[in-house]
Write a protein that binds this ligand. Structure first.
Ligand code: PEP
Ligand code: MG
Length: 601
């Protein structure tokens, strides 16, 4: 009897699976020898490298062509790999190392790949750090072609297995017959790796970053993969198997129930439909929004394209990023928020000396108005993508009419410049104001006339209203979305929205908590946008409340003076709905009470 062993890794994708291991073996291209090339053969060696890149390109293109619809995410990733094959930092650099150092192509490639990877790995942004893996995948494919080894072929797996690999490349995972795979276990990779993104989008449990899984696990070994807890159990005992079978059943029943209800429209019991959307920071997150029942993108935070780089992105680059989202969303609505840098998200390409108080500094729209040449590049990209998608624009941190008018003027100028350049664009897109500075609430009745909708950024609105740093744990207890101050601010602004026949949206974290839903509906909010994981629960809550009653409820609490008082009233009236209809068992397997579930988020 082999000993039960617990291996702790990173949760790559939630869920539980039990089955036999299938080890993915990469043919040995690890040992690369260096040898020197005769000067007269340098060109021949360069050509050998070019041919290997050409063959790698053709292989990838064939995989992309044959990819099934289920893997459309892979196709996008592989397209980027095709581009990466010819990227200067890889292609040109390798050729130059062959020429300058007169070394064999394998050695030159290995050197360039490891140097480039090291550069990526040092980046602070975890997403960019993970992109080091893309360089490795692409380099590996060229290397296989250089040494004439066969790429791993997963097409022939014909029994239900758990894949155990050092790392799975997107090209490899795209060949897998989904019905044969129970789970993924890898030595490398983190929560933002492609294996993780893909496993989540395919809803296959995955534990990553185990470091020594391939060394410890043998083919056909029995495994339990608990993707929610990032745990792999090797050679489980009978009792352990029994516990995990029950856990798995509970998890699957719960997930199926939630996903089922998330596909249904969010309509209150008295027949009022509410739009529930997802917030994203990267185009890759769009799939998760759709999977969780999101009807569109209510907030596309665009600053990530500006971080961790020495320069500003080009119009073309931004256009492509926005188009990636449109390509998946089709004609569903997408609200693109213009650049919100500085504040807590410092920008490395910005010139400025450190600000003492960045949250109150040259942040978001203030930065954009100070640097119109940077802003206009983004405005042009947004207007161009609006021609092919259902796109709205949202200006963050507006605190007064002058800023709003200046932003609108620049948007108009961007449209005029596109007209002059003869590029297709849509100059009539809906304009929104992100209400996150209390000054905008005070002036809501006049500001609303200049825009099509208000979106409430409650994360910042609460920070600025109470003068509490949203990232400071010592004042976190003062961060209370149910405080009468917040409700009164929302009410004042929403009254202006309703009087002017416009729309009101919440896109701050407040929208993702089922506890807040009756209040928000009662205030007249038309749309809620949140982190995709919160969508199913919020939709379920909407389906169980009455709009009419929510309105009466908001009226009934108008004399409350404390957050505690409001919270008690909400729990008194809606506690049972929350307890019985929303959370009986957490998505993470074990029953978890409401409070903990919220903390997990
Ligand atoms: C907000 O402030 O509520 C918001 C949605 O914007 P961010 O969290 O990106 O500042
Ligand atoms: Mg904000």
């Amino acid at each position: 009897m082999k000993k039960e062993t617990h291996l702790k890794g990173i949760s790559g994708s939630p869920g539980i699976c039990i089955g036999r291991a299938y080890l993915v073996d990469h043919e040995g291209v690890d040992v690369v020898e260096r040898y020197f090339i005769d000067p007269k053969d340098v060109q021949k060696e360069k050509n050998r490298f070019k041919h290997a890149v050409q063959r790698a390109t053709e292989e990838l293109k064939t995989i992309i062509k044959n990819i099934s619809k289920v893997y459309f995410r892979h196709a996008q990733i592989l397209e980027t790999h095709v581009h990466l094959l010819r990227d200067k930092m890889l292609y040109e650099k390798t050729l130059s190392v062959i020429e300058k150092e007169r070394v064999n192509a394998e050695w030159a490639l290995k050197k360039v790949v490891s140097e480039t990877q090291a550069g990526f790995k040092e980046m602070e942004d975890p997403y960019l750090r993970e992109r080091a893996a893309d360089i490795a995948h692409v380099g590996h494919r060229i290397m296989l072609n250089l040494v004439g080894a066969n790429p791993v072929n997963l097409e022939n797996i014909d029994k239900r297995v758990i894949l155990v690999a050092r790392e799975l490349t997107p090209a490899e995972t795209s060949q897998i017959q989904l019905e044969w795979i129970r789970g993924f276990v890898t030595d490398y990779g983190g929560a933002a790796s492609h294996t993780s993104i893909i496993a989540r989008s395919l809803q296959i449990p995955a534990v990553l970053g185990l470091e020594n899984a391939t060394a410890t696990i043998k083919n056909e070994d029995i495994l339990i993969v608990d993707g929610s807890d990032g745990l792999v159990i090797l050679h489980p005992k009978q009792e352990t198997l029994k516990v995990y079978k029950q856990k798995k059943d509970r998890y699957e029943a719960r997930a199926a129930q939630l996903i089922r209800s998330s596909k249904a429209a969010a309509v209150t019991i008295d027949g009022h439909p509410v739009s529930v959307m997802g917030n994203i920071e990267l185009p890759e997150e769009v799939v998760a929004v759709l999977d969780h029942g999101g009807e569109g993108i209510g907030l596309y935070r665009t600053e990530f394209q500006y971080l961790n780089r020495p320069d500003f992105p080009s119009e073309e680059e931004l256009f492509e990023k926005y188009k990636d989202v449109v390509d998946v969303m089709g004609d569903r609505p997408i609200t693109i928020r213009t650049l919100d840098i500085n504040g807590e998200k410092a920008i490395s390409s910005s010139r400025s000396e450190m600000e003492k108080n960045p949250a109150l500094g040259l942040r978001a729209i203030r930065f954009c108005l100070e640097y119109p040449e940077v802003f206009k590049v983004q405005l042009r990209a947004i207007l161009r993508v609006a021609k092919i998608g259902n796109v709205k624009i949202l200006f963050p941190m507006i605190s007064c009419m002058d800023e709003l008018l200046a932003a609108k003027k620049l948007l108009k100028e961007a449209a005029q410049s596109l007209e002059k350049d003869g590029l297709p664009y849509d100059g009539n897109i809906p304009i929104g104001l992100l209400v996150e500075v209390p000054a905008a609430v005070t002036m809501a009745d006049v500001l609303i006339r200049e825009v099509d909708f208000f979106s409430f950024g409650t994360n910042d609105l609460i920070q600025y209203a109470f003068a509490i740093d949203r990232g400071n744990a010592r004042v976190a207890h003062l961060y209370r979305p149910l405080h009468p101050v917040v409700i009164r601010m929302l009410k004042k602004a929403m009254d202006a929205v309703i009087q002017n026949g416009k729309k009101g949206i919440i896109c701050g974290e407040m929208a993702g908590d089922p506890l807040h839903i009756p209040l928000l509906l009662g205030l007249g909010i038309d749309e809620l946008s949140m982190n995709s994981q919160c969508i199913p629960l919020v939709k379920r809550m909407i389906q169980q409340v009455s709009l009419q009653e929510s309105r009466a409820f908001v009226q009934s609490i108008r004399n409350e003076t404390t957050a505690k008082g409001v919270r008690a009233r909400v729990l008194e009236r809606y506690g049972d709905v929350l307890k019985n209809g929303i959370m009986t068992e957490g998505l993470h397997g074990d029953p978890i009470p409401l409070k903990q579930a919220k903390e997990k988020r």
